[in-house]
Structures are given as structure tokens and as C-alpha cells.
Design a protein around this ligand. Structure first.
Ligand SMILES: Cc1cc2nc3c(=O)[nH]c(=O)nc-3n(C[C@H](O)[C@H](O)[C@H](O)COP(=O)(O)O)c2cc1C
Ligand code: SF4
Length: 396
């Protein structure tokens, strides 16, 4: 069943294993895919991933990530290069879905060259500069940006688009009462908090023939934030608005390692790639790093480490009739098979395991029992300065 050909929202897939969206840090100067990125995705396709979801692509200038070389899809001039990407992936009979995003509060005004925007000005521990609360007109303009991005995606030959509605980015911030403190028609209750996403889905449906997926955080670990009960209600509403598939994740960037869990913080990578630690004088690091390594085992990490969104995916699957994809700590074939056979989700997706082994699905089909990725999260830190890669054991 796991390795059988099937369809998801009209897209034919060779199996039920999807490469979840992964920022690759390989966009060119215009935000279009570079030749290196196209090669990387071609390898993923040759490695028999059932479907590839791209790394997040910004829909607006003020929605760009502070991570270097993020994909951008707010300019028509990028469409040609995106078409090269979809052609290269389709040549291996693999579908490709563009993840479209607005970073909202999870960027810095310095990185985007203007004041960042959000539903409400809520303090963010990693990006402490003040966000401007969006006006009605500005919200409509962001809705238009998402729709225009999807129109470009269709022109470029993508099989679908996925809205990034999780991990603390702009759409998550609207959906979650933690990030959305508004008292107008965009906030205050669940119906209003869903409005922006519903209008984006309807707008894309009216302007293109593409299936529209969404990735959500079913829980965000914030006080008065998103919980599974509200997430299930939200998914029901989004299905009614025309959403074609839901990928279930969790957490926000502020949660540290909740979204992508690991036994320990990779402290040497923190000191090499994360500011302000990365800019500490070398002499200070010589003292600070051993101290950090000493306290590291005492820092409480989220648990469980494996299959950590499966229960929430099941709850959501029981409340909708569109396909559900689950991501997060999945790496054993036996677990993938159980997830599908127990109807906890219709598809499984992975991020870090594909960073480690681009030909992962081929290997699993040929008898490898689990992904080799040890979920150490070095790759989750390297992206703050450099292109994404598996760095386990290589940080000096
Ligand atoms: C290097 C890296 C880049 C990521 N980029 C994205 C992204 O662009 N969009 C997204 O929705 N999630 C992104 N994520 C989160 C993953 O898609 C996934 O939800 C999370 O890592 C848990 O899955 P895993 O245990 O299979 O890695 C990223 C994670 C990592 C480690
Ligand atoms: S650095 Fe490599 S082994 Fe570690 S989590 Fe990332 S992909 Fe997996």
C-alpha cells in the first residue's frame, strides 16, 4: 500500500511518501531556483519520492525570510526558471507542489528592508523588532499576492500549491489566537481568524485549476495558542472553502525544536550558525561552548521524538474527507505502514530524512528498514547562514 501508485487531489503519485517542504537555501539572486537547486530536486525525483513539496517561496517582498537564498515567487521574471525546475522533475514522472508563504513576524525588518507585518504586534523572542499591525487594505493586498503567486506557479507547470499555514508564519499567526489579537473581522473568533486563509483558497481556485493544499501546526505550544480541537475545526472550514489536502505539523520557530525534534540541541552548530552566538569572539566561545554542552542534557526537549504528529493527524482525518498528510519524526517503514493502515493519515511526509538521503524512497523500497537520518538537527541550523545540507559530525 505504501509503495503503490495512487492519487492525491487529482495528482498521480508513485507512492505515499512525500518530501515535505524544505528550505534549500539555493535560490538565485532573483529568488528563482538556481541550477544547483534544480539538480537537487532532479535527484529527489530520481530517488522516487512520491511527490516533492518545494521549500517555502515568499509571495510578497515584506514576507521574505531572514535565511539566505529563500525562493521568491512575487515577480513574473522568475516563472521561466521555475518552469525549468518543474520540467526537470516531471521528466522523472514525479509531481511537484510549490509551497507559498509569507513570513509575517518571523523575519526581521533589517532582512526585508522595511518594517515587518503581522496580524498583531506580538513579541517574538528570535525576531524582537516591532511588527506593524496589518490594515484591511494590506490584508487584501497579501491575499492578492498569494493568488498571483499561485497563478505564476500554474504557468510554471507546478502540480499544485501548498499554503504555509504553520510554524508561526503569517497565516499561522492569523489562525492562532496567540498571534491574532485582533478584534475586527480578521480576528476575535475562529470564523474571523480563518477568513484570510479561506479568501486565499477561494481566490486561487477562481484564478487557477491547481489543487490547493495547506500545512498547519495542529498545536503551537503558546499560551492560548493553537490546539488540536481548534485545528480540527479550522481544517473543516478550510475543506469547505475548497482546500484539497492538509499536511499536519506542529510548533513555531519560537518553540525551538518542537517542529523538528531532537534529543539534544546541536550546540556546536548553534555556536557556529545562530546569532548572536555565531558572532561571539572566538575566545568567548572557547568558554561558552563547553558550558553550553555541559547544561545541554538538562534542557528539556519536546517528546516524543518520533511520529509526533500522528495522533493529531488522526483527529483531523476523522473530521475532514480530503487527504491528510502527516509529517514529523517519521523514519521507519513499519511506522509508515501503520500510519496508513490505521487510517491515521493518507500520506506520510519527511524533511530531514530526505536531506540525509535524496534517494530515500528507492532505498526503502529495496529493503532498507528506516531512514539513516539520526534527527540531530545540524541541518536546521546551517540554514541560518548557508545552503541546507546534512552536517552530522562535520561541524568544527
Ligand atoms: C533544514 C530545514 C528546512 C525546513 N524548511 C521548511 C520549509 O521551507 N517549509 C516548511 O513548511 N517546513 C520546513 N521545515 C520543517 C519540515 O518540513 C518538517 O515539518 C519538520 O522538519 C519535521 O519533519 P521531519 O521530522 O521529517 O524532519 C524545514 C525543516 C528543516 C530541518
Ligand atoms: S544533519 Fe543530517 S542526520 Fe542530522 S538531522 Fe539533519 S539530515 Fe538528519
Amino acid at each position: 500500500m505504501l509503495f503503490d501508485k495512487t492519487t492525491i487531489s487529482g495528482i498521480t503519485v508513485a507512492n505515499r511518501i512525500i518530501r515535505s517542504a524544505t528550505h534549500d537555501g539555493l535560490a538565485d539572486d532573483n529568488g528563482a531556483p538556481s541550477d544547483k537547486l534544480i539538480k537537487k530536486y532532479e535527484q529527489l525525483a530520481m530517488g522516487e519520492a512520491g511527490c516533492i513539496i518545494t521549500g517555502y517561496a515568499a509571495v510578497s517582498r515584506n514576507g521574505v525570510s531572514p535565511y539566505p537564498r529563500m525562493l521568491k515567487i512575487f515577480d513574473d521574471s522568475t516563472v521561466e526558471k521555475y518552469k525549468e525546475l518543474t520540467d526537470a522533475v516531471h521528466a522523472h514522472n514525479t509531481p511537484i507542489v510549490l509551497q507559498i508563504a509569507h513570513c509575517g513576524r518571523q523575519t526581521s525588518s533589517k532582512a526585508i528592508g522595511m518594517q515587518k507585518v503581522a496580524p498583531s504586534n506580538v513579541f517574538h523572542a528570535f525576531y524582537p523588532d516591532k511588527a506593524k499591525e496589518l490594515t484591511d487594505d494590506e490584508i487584501h493586498s497579501i491575499i492578492d499576492d498569494f493568488v498571483a503567486a499561485a497563478v505564476r506557479a500554474e504557468k510554471a507547470g507546478f502540480d499544485g500549491v501548498q499554503l504555509h499555514g504553520g510554524h508561526g508564519y503569517l497565516l499561522h499567526d492569523f489562525l492562532s489566537p496567540y498571534g491574532n489579537r485582533r478584534r475586527d473581522r480578521w480576528g476575535n473568533n475562529l470564523e474571523n481568524r480563518c477568513r484570510i486563509v479561506e479568501l486565499i483558497i477561494k481566490g486561487i481556485k477562481a484564478a487557477t485549476k491547481l489543487p490547493v493544499w495547506i500545512k498547519i501546526s495542529a498545536e503551537d505550544n503558546r499560551k492560548n495558542g493553537m490546539d488540536i480541537k481548534s485545528a480540527a475545526l479550522i481544517c473543516k472550514r478550510l475543506e469547505a472553502a475548497g482546500c484539497d489536502a492538509i499536511e499536519v505539523s506542529c510548533g513555531t520557530v519560537q518553540d525551538g525544536m518542537n517542529t523538528m525534534r531532537s534529543k539534544l540541541m546541536p550546540m556546536d552548530a548553534v555556536f557556529k550558525y545562530r546569532e548572536p552566538c555565531a558572532s561571539f569572539p572566538k575566545a568567548l566561545n572557547k568558554i561558552a561552548l563547553p558550558m553550553a554542552n555541559f547544561v545541554n542534557p538538562l534542557i528539556k526537549q519536546p517528546s516524543p521524538l518520533e511520529n509526533f504528529n500522528v495522533d493529531n493527524a488522526k483527529t483531523i482525518k476523522d473530521s475532514v474527507s480530503i487527504p491528510v498528510i502527516v509529517v514529523g519524526g517519521i523514519h521507519k517503514v513499519s511506522d509508515m505502514e501503520n500510519i496508513i493502515s490505521s487510517a491515521s493519515a493518507d500520506f506520510v511526509s519527511m524533511c530531514r530524512p530526505f536531506i540525509c538521503e535524496h534517494d530515500l524512497v528507492k532505498r526503502l523500497k529495496n529493503g532498507q528498514e528506516q531512514a539513516r537520518c539520526i534527527m540531530c538537527n545540524y541541518c536546521g541550523l546551517v540554514i541560518e547562514k548557508e545552503p541546507t545540507r546534512c552536517l552530522y559530525g562535520k561541524v568544527k
